[in-house]
Design a protein around this ligand. Structure first.
Ligand SMILES: Nc1ncnc2c1ncn2[C@@H]1O[C@H](COP(=O)(O)OS(=O)(=O)O)[C@@H](OP(=O)(O)O)[C@H]1O
Length: 398
């Protein structure tokens, strides 16, 4: 009897030990996955200092101003040099192919850390301005929505759009309106992203040609973000640049009011895809490769965690900085003229009001987060070239 009781006791002790071991294992797994989310430099990524030499090809109407704000803030807070447009210009020679001389201070300064203003990509000239170890990246958007945004934004500027009563009408008979493809003002009307990468927007969408150009982009650009998946893209960008979370948190900039966004019929969408077939191929390819990289480098669970962290931090900053819970405001509702975005064409471009009563340090952080592109460029220009005349932003009356 005694030996049977002893046997039972030993049996329960073993079970208890096994349960304890199992609990510890589960706890360790849980802590590990939690810690992983907090690790700034991400396991599996070659560690090192943050990347500071960066060229961002700022394509048009692709959420690129939101990304530019990230780069400008990083440059300012880390005291990095930016390749800014020379003199009174607001872009780097666009739509002409980029030349090094479009950059202020080129020649006197050996190389710049960051280049991110609109330009038409021209690698040999970019290399005259940027160091050899520069990280190149860009952004693409679904060409259907990119074209819809461009149509409104450049409605009065691009001859091809000026005569068309609507995007539906334009796409129903594009050759009626786009009758002089040589006009530089028409670059917004056809394969505009393809053009920004330095390629011919009027080329035939022939398989060998398209593949060769896409391969060229892949060789030079380490990353291509996708506007429809901007948060996932920013998670990957942060990983590649080895930056802190706050460095890639940004508010949506340069967006239009619902009033100025057109609803497109399925037929118009199909026509836009075929009119901008080169852009479509570029977008399809890099949308696919973005997701392949996300799957390979992070996996779905970790990606979800990282995206959630980014969004949570954005919500926190919105609560701290923005009035009315971050509600977007139209031009007339924005109190501070320095925070009013430029209003071109038929677009109604929105911005933000800051919460009143912020202390000076918080105010500085918040202002930088919502500062429209032109104002921020003028600010960096004044900081970098204090001896030069200030950039004049005409719509501010400065
Ligand atoms: N975070 C985020 N996610 C998705 N989309 C975003 C984001 N930020 C900006 N946007 C949209 O990008 C459009 C403005 O693009 P750009 O800033 O590149 O325009 S510009 O070429 O610099 O004028 C503009 O699109 P439309 O509103 O359709 O015009 C913005 O709404």
């Amino acid at each position: 009897m005694m030996s049977m009781l002893g046997g039972l006791k030993r049996y329960f002790r073993v079970i208890l030990l096994l349960l304890l071991a199992l609990t510890l294992l589960l706890l360790a797994g849980f802590l590990h996955s939690d810690l992983e989310l907090d690790t700034p430099l991400f396991g599996g990524q070659a560690e090192g200092p943050p990347v500071t030499n960066i060229m961002f090809l700022k394509t048009h109407k692709t959420a690129s101003s939101t990304v530019l704000n990230i780069l400008y803030r990083f440059a300012e807070t880390h005291n990095l040099s930016v390749a800014l447009p020379a003199g009174s210009r607001v872009h780097l020679g666009y739509p002409w192919l980029f030349l090094a001389r479009y950059v202020e201070g080129v020649g006197s300064q050996q190389r710049f850390n960051i280049m991110c203003n609109h330009l038409r990509f021209n690698l040999p000239q970019v290399q005259k301005v940027m160091p050899n170890d520069t990280f190149y990246f860009s952004i693409l958007r679904n060409p259907v929505f990119q074209l819809e945004s461009s149509f409104i934004y450049y409605k009065t500027y691009a001859p091809a759009f000026r005569g068309a009563p609507s995007l539906d009408a334009f796409l129903a008979s594009p050759r009626t309106f786009y009758n002089d493809s040589r006009l530089l003002r028409n670059v917004y009307a056809k394969n505009n992203m393809w053009f920004d990468f330095g390629f011919d927007p009027n080329a035939q969408c022939e398989e060998g040609y398209v593949r060769a150009r896409i391969a060229e982009v892949e060789r030079r650009f380490q990353l291509v973000l996708i506007a429809e998946h901007l948060d996932e893209s920013l998670v990957l960008l942060r990983r590649r640049l080895r930056w802190a979370l706050d460095d890639v948190v940004a508010f949506r900039l340069n967006s239009r009011s619902a009033r100025s966004v057109a609803r497109l019929s399925p037929e118009t969408r199909e026509r836009a895809r075929s009119w901008c077939a080169l852009d479509w191929r570029l977008y399809e390819h890099f949308n696919r490769t973005l997701w392949a990289q996300l799957r390979a480098e992070l996996g779905p669970r970790r990606l979800r965690g990282e995206v959630e962290r980014l969004r949570a931090r954005r919500r926190e900053l919105a609560t701290l900085c923005l009035q009315d819970g971050g509600a977007l405001k139209n031009h007339t509702q924005i109190r501070d003229p320095r925070l009013r975005p430029y209003q071109p064409g038929k677009a109604d471009i929105l911005g933000y009001n800051l919460r009143p009563g912020l202390d000076n340090r918080t105010l500085g952080v918040c202002q930088r987060l919502v500062m429209p592109e032109l104002q921020y460029m003028a600010r960096l220009y004044a900081l970098q070239f204090p001896e030069k005349p200030r950039k004049n932003i005409p719509f501010l009356g400065a």
